[in-house]
Design a protein around this ligand. Structure first.
Ligand code: HPA
Length: 248
């Protein structure tokens, strides 16, 4: 069985229920310091690695996350596949709050983030194929688990990655919608591309925690987001447990 790593985003800084957990000693990497110590433990009876993307406590904003160090450290710790959990805003009408989405595509609107391992003192310029940014097998495992858990979910969707940390304007969301985006978050990239560069199968479990800007009357309420996040991430943990339990 391939060792699975989970990267927890907002609302999932800990994997409650992780047993026999111990911190992996990897305080730094050639790319700097990861967001937090990686925790190795057993979840649903299977070995898993867990990393809190925003640190513990939740303190690193999306544009300052050291995505390279995080993925590098996970691979060093033995990760052979990665499931990323992301809180997102809903753009399409089907993406209501509390809805899950396993995106099959993404568009990157972020800027100024280090995007690659392939730079500096190279023997040869290297490009990765990124036509399908998410791993089909891992996505299928997530979809099966969401179905078994009885969740409200979309089996595909386009994830827009914005720079943050501010939320978007209503006009920006209309532009993303015209571009074909269904959900919007701030942390999906360059994480997905870096995982591909390392050869790590990667999939995203996105939880819609608010209607994106302009998609509901009035401003976005952070308090409302917290409530949806709390409830939704409890369900996300169950979904992850099912994924792990179903792995052979
Ligand atoms: N926009 C960007 N990122 C987000 C949102 C949003 O509306 N909600 C949660 N993460």
């Amino acid at each position: 069985m391939k060792t699975l790593a989970i990267i927890g985003g907002s609302g999932l800084s800990e994997l409650d229920g992780l047993q026999q957990s111990q911190e992996v000693s990897c305080s730094t990497t050639p790319y700097g310091v990861p967001s937090a110590a990686i925790v190795r433990g057993r979840y649903a009876g299977r070995e898993v690695l867990f990393l809190a993307r925003h640190g513990r406590p939740h303190r690193i904003p999306p544009h300052q996350i050291n995505y390279r160090a995080n993925l590098w450290a996970l691979q060093q710790a033995g990760a052979e596949a990665v499931i990323a959990v992301n809180a997102v805003g809903g753009i399409s009408a089907t993406m209501g709050t509390g809805h899950f989405c396993v995106p099959d595509q993404l568009i990157d609107y972020s800027w100024g983030r280090v995007q690659t391992y392939f730079e500096g003192d190279l023997q040869q310029v290297t490009h990765i194929d990124f036509t399908e940014p998410y791993a089909a097998d891992l996505r299928a495992e997530l979809l099966q688990a969401l179905q078994a858990e009885g969740c409200d979910f979309s089996a595909a969707g386009v994830y827009a990655c914005t720079q943050g940390p501010r939320l978007e304007t209503a006009a920006e969301i209309l532009r993303l919608e015209r571009d074909g985006c269904d959900i919007v978050g701030m942390t999906g990239m360059p994480e997905a591309a870096l995982a591909r560069e390392l050869g790590l199968p990667y999939a995203c479990l996105a939880l819609v925690v608010n209607p994106a800007a302009g998609k509901a009357a009035g401003p976005i309420s952070l308090a409302d987001m917290e409530v949806v996040m709390h409830h939704g991430m409890t369900t996300a943990r169950k979904v992850l447990g099912r994924v792990l339990a179903g792995r052979s």
